[in-house]
Every structure is written in C-alpha cells, then in structure tokens.
Design a protein around this ligand. Sequence first.
Ligand code: GTP
Ligand code: ZN
Length: 211
Amino acid sequence: MTTKNDERPLTSTNGDTAINPAPNVDLPRIEKAVREILASVGEDPDREGLLETPARVARMYAEIFSGLHIDPARHLEKVFQEEYDEMVLVKDISFNSTCEHHLLPFLGVAHVGYLPRGKIVGLSKLARVVEEVSRRPQVQERMTHQIADMLSEKLDPKGVIVVIEAEHTCMSIRGIRKPGSSTITSAVRGLFKSNESSRAEAMSLIQHPSR
Ligand SMILES: Nc1nc2c(ncn2[C@@H]2O[C@H](COP(=O)(O)OP(=O)(O)OP(=O)(O)O)[C@@H](O)[C@H]2O)c(=O)[nH]1
Ligand SMILES: [Zn+2]
C-alpha cells in the first residue's frame, strides 16, 4: 500500500480516530517533518517498512518531550512535617533524556539528596521529579540544577545535592565515538555548598556501591 506524500493522513494513530495523548505536541507536523527527513537522506518514505514510521516517531517525541508541558515540582507540594534533619538521599534513579544539540539520548542515573528543615517529602516524588525533568530536550547541566532548584524552592531544606552521571550517545555513536564515557554533573545548595564535611559525606554515600 503506497500513498502519495500529500495524500497521507496526518493523524498519528494506527486506527481511524486520531487521539493525541499530548495536546501541546503537534503530531501531524512531526510526521510531516519525519517524512521530509527520510526523503532527504535518500529513503522512500512510502516503502512498506517506513509507512508507519512518521507516526511512530511523532508519538515517540510526544512521549520523550512530555516534560515540557508540565511542572515536575508539583510532586513536591505534598509534604510531611517531620523533625528529621539528617540527610535523605535517593540514589541511582535511572533516567533517559535527550541532548538538545543532537536530539540523541543521554541516559544514566541521578542521585538526589536533601537536608530537611522540618519538612520531608515522599521518596518516590524525588524520582518523579527526575523522571519528568528528564523528558525534555536539554543539556545535563541544566537538568541537574533545575532539579536542585525545585527541591530548594518547594522544601526549603537546609541543603540540596543533585549528582547526575550519564552517557551521551551523541558522544558514543557519532562524532568523537567514545562509548562508555560518562559525564558527571552536580548541583549543591545550602549546607552542602557551605559545609565541606556535609558535602563529602553525601558524595561518599553516592559513590558507595548500593546495597
Ligand atoms: N555541556 C554539554 N554539552 C553537551 C551536552 N550534550 C551534548 N553536548 C555537546 O554539545 C556539543 C555540540 O558541539 P558542536 O560543535 O556545536 O556540534 P558538533 O559538531 O556536532 O560536535 P561534536 O559532537 O564534537 O561532533 C558537543 O561537544 C556535545 O558533546 C550536555 O548535556 N552538556
Ligand atoms: Zn548531543
């Protein structure tokens, strides 16, 4: 089954009814662009194996960029009053994000810690923040400090530390081609910034193998 460029329906479902799961993402526009890219590299967008590709890619972008249209910090609204003022650290939160320079994935783990000031938050919420922030085109540095800023603002903690370790596929599958290289970024706020021993304690817990 082949159809001409301008005859192809610009919907993004396999069935008759187009349901756009991401109302702020223009799926038909992505599909059109993907067809254009395929044609530009010398492919035939109308060959059987590629027929559904533009719609798939559109859905994929809606998924991996879904963090653009939401406020990840909303997960930090529900706090519990608790007189615990030692460190809380959730390690090895896996994520995948997209490098804004090449639109290729960078993926790895985030470590998120804070020193509460009478307010704690559900542990899963830290992972939810990482998950949603990661679903944006970005650089790792911005992702790191945005997560730290969200915690600082919503929890008013005594300190925040965010460390992210990731492999950038734009460095491993193309360009300089260094698979296995790892980029580490950190953002520290409050006591973790001003107090060297607090920061060292957090860093040693982060570096310590889990379990
Ligand atoms: N600082 C930073 N750089 C990134 C990130 N993701 C990708 N990059 C880099 O962005 C840079 C873009 O460099 P350019 O010279 O504009 O593009 P390019 O010619 O494709 O670069 P090469 O990757 O060196 O081939 C590259 O050095 C990438 O490694 C990130 O999260 N943070
Ligand atoms: Zn890149």
